[in-house]
Design a protein around this ligand. Structure first.
Ligand SMILES: [Zn+2]
Length: 448
């Protein structure tokens, strides 16, 4: 295409965006300003979110119609039943949308998108199935961006990386046997009103939305492809978190590790489809997911969202991930220091000695046993910080007598069978604990 045509295309796209800005005047939280670098996330129920930097409004899997089921007279729609968006409720909650990002075509993700796109002029981003479902609502192709996974698209003031993904392992891992009849694709030519089973999956996507300096991971299912998540570094992660995740091996721990322990985790797809009175089992499972995140990534801030209550996350640099790590039984000698600090993808462990856990006494037997106990105490603190001995990058060893060097080394090397950390060893005139012959401080790199 010649440059001039490209320019014209860009200008017409720009005027489209300006037009949608203008049409958005008037109502809604989305229109209110935000501090530079801040981002606001509002939970819309199920896997639905509104994300904005105060300038652009991106919706994710909007499915506000789910709440109709719990109102008087509401029922679950049968698979072959007509499924119509709750336009009055949607209108009361959605004032504006510039883009609608769809993870997959199931009705609990894609039902409302066509209606909202038609009303607001928003551009729908998703697989061909998501596009065809929006076409059923007469959304024009100029408002459809069909993706297949792997794209990384720049939209000017935000960008969107499309991450290949897989669906939750429903039906005891037999989801793709297609017993529900919704593991296929939606064809072109559909016309609203649609049946619930017209909303086929059409493949599955996750996204990284970069906006106002933040990177937000968007997931719509309780599953992921680990190699596709590996190395992504979102500071905010919207994680599919209902009990279907339990079908997946080590779901939370593997994901937190692959993502480098995001600063903020918001559980998604966890609200029992808008049920205002969730079962005790569902509530217990929500707590369990939070515990899984805390165990896998102690520095992560977990925020349980409430429907339609905005959550503002300040600038990414302002999201401090500094966490003080303490372990019962390994108490500081004085309150002038913390045993370990995790911050910026590193763990810093204070100088440790061979104290027996639960006491302030140094273990008997001289420098060999003291070195072993010191390293055991370091290992305990690293584990509490989400790190391992193999991630230690450097240590400093303090001895009260350099004659202990060889014996210290014999015990020390037992903990590092290969590639021991970088190290310096010093002899000092005294240590704060008079009975200690050795003290070791160290740090580990856990993410980046
Ligand atoms: Zn689904």
């Amino acid at each position: 295409m010649p440059r001039r045509s490209l320019l014209r295309l860009a200008l017409s796209a720009l005027s489209l965006l300006v037009a949608s800005d203008t049409s958005a005047q008037g109502t809604g939280a989305a229109a209110s300003p935000l501090a530079a670098g801040a981002i606001r996330l509002t939970y819309l129920g199920n896997a639905g979110w509104e994300i904005t930097d105060g300038k652009r409004v991106v919706l994710v899997d909007p499915f506000l119609t789910q709440f109709r089921r719990w109102r008087p007279g509401g029922t679950e729609v049968a698979p072959a039943g007509l499924y119509v968006p709750d336009s009055a409720f949607i209108d009361s909650k959605i004032a504006r949308a510039d883009y609608i990002v769809i993870t997959h075509g199931h009705s609990d993700h894609a039902l409302d998108a066509g209606y909202i796109a038609r009303r607001t002029g928003a551009v729908v981003v998703g697989h061909e199935t998501a596009a065809n479902l929006a076409r059923a609502y007469a959304v024009p192709d100029s408002q459809l961006i069909t993706v297949i996974g792997g794209e990384d698209y720049d939209f000017g003031d935000f960008s969107l990386r499309v991450v290949p993904n897989i669906h939750s392992a429903l039906d005891d891992k037999r989801y793709y046997n297609n017993g529900r009849g919704i593991a296929g694709t939606a064809p072109r030519g559909l016309r609203a009103p649609l049946k619930r089973n017209d909303y086929q999956e059409g493949g599955n996507l996750a996204y990284i939305l970069r906006m106002a300096g933040h990177e937000v991971l968007i997931m719509g299912s309780m599953n992921y492809i680990e190699r596709e998540m590996e190395g992504l570094r979102p500071d905010i992660a919207l994680i599919g978190s209902n009990s279907q995740r339990l079908e997946i091996f080590d779901y939370t721990k593997r994901l937190m590790r692959a993502l480098g322990n995001p600063a903020v985790v918001l559980p998604s797809h966890h609200d029992a489809y808008g049920d205002p009175k969730p079962s005790a089992a569902a509530l217990a499972d929500r707590r369990r997911f939070q515990e899984e995140v805390a165990a896998a990534s102690p520095s992560t801030r977990f925020i349980a969202p409430t429907w339609f209550e905005p959550i503002v996350i300040p600038t990414r640099a302002g999201v401090s991930d500094r966490v003080a790590v303490s372990v019962p039984g390994i108490a500081p000698l004085v309150p002038a220091y913390t045993e370990a600090i995790r911050a910026g993808g590193q763990v810093f462990v204070s100088g440790m000695t061979g104290i027996k856990p639960g006491t302030q006494e140094i273990i008997d037997g001289g420098v060999g046993p003291q070195t072993r106990q010191t390293l055991e105490n370091i290992r305990t603190l690293l584990h509490a910080s989400g790190a391992t001995m193999a991630q230690l990058s450097e240590c400093t060893v303090f001895l009260t007598d350099m004659k202990d060097y060889a014996e210290m080394n014999r015990a020390y090397i037992e903990f590092f069978p290969s590639a021991p950390p970088a190290r310096a060893t010093l002899a000092v005139t005294a240590l704060p604990r008079p009975a200690a012959r050795v003290e070791i401080k160290c740090s580990a790199v856990v993410a980046r």
